[in-house]
Design a protein around this ligand. Structure first.
Ligand code: 5GP
Ligand code: ZN
Length: 145
C-alpha cells in the first residue's frame, strides 16, 4: 500500500492522473507498486474472481465475515472512496452496480445484503485501494463494530 499523501511509486507505463496536491488524496494511477489489490488486478496475486467488467473486478475476501463476502475493486488504483467519487467518471456507480450484480449472482439480492466502503483509519480501512465489501447470506447486525 502506498503512503497517503506521499508520492506513489509507479511501475507501469500507464498515464498517471494526479489531482490537486492539497487536501484529501485524489489519486488515480494505473498500477501502484506494493499495492495488494493492484497486484490482484494484475493477476500477480491469486484471488477467486466471481465477476469482472472492463473497469472492475470482484473476488472473494480471504477472511470472510459472512457466508458471502466479496470485494469489488476498480482495476485502476484509487486510494479510497473520496478519491473514487472525485473521479466523476461513473466508475463509482459501476462499482455499486457490480456490487449488486455480485449479490444477485450469489443469490442474496432478495434476502438483502450490506455494501461497505471502510474509509481511513477509524473506518477500518486496511488496504489502500478502494474496495466495496459485499456481505450477506446471514442477518446483519446494527450498529456495526
Ligand atoms: P478493509 O479492512 O481495507 O476494509 O478490507 C480489506 C479486506 O481485504 C479484508 O476484509 C481482508 O480480509 C481482505 N484481504 C486482505 N488480503 C487479502 C488477499 O490477499 N486476498 C483477498 N482475497 N482478500 C484479502
Ligand atoms: Zn492499487
Amino acid at each position: 500500500m502506498h503512503q497517503r499523501g506521499g508520492a506513489p511509486r509507479v511501475r507501469s507505463s500507464a498515464t498517471i492522473y494526479v489531482g490537486r496536491r492539497a487536501g484529501p488524496p485524489h489519486v488515480k494511477i494505473g498500477c501502484v507498486a506494493d499495492c495488494l489489490f493492484c497486484r490482484i488486478a494484475a493477476g500477480e496475486v491469486p484471488a477467486t474472481r466471481v465477476l469482472e467488467s472492463s473497469r472492475t473486478i470482484a473476488f472473494r475476501d480471504i477472511n470472510p465475515q459472512a457466508p458471502v463476502h466479496v470485494l469489488v475493486i476498480p482495476r485502476a488504483h484509487y486510494d479510497d472512496l473520496p478519491a473514487l467519487a472525485a473521479a466523476g467518471d461513473g466508475l463509482l456507480a459501476e462499482v455499486a452496480a457490480q456490487a449488486h450484480l455480485v449479490a444477485s449472482q450469489e443469490g442474496i439480492a432478495d434476502s438483502g445484503y450490506r455494501v461497505v466502503f471502510n474509509t481511513g483509519a477509524n473506518g477500518g480501512q486496511t488496504v489502500g485501494h478502494v474496495h466495496a465489501h459485499v456481505i450477506g447470506g446471514r442477518q446483519m447486525t446494527w450498529p456495526p463494530g
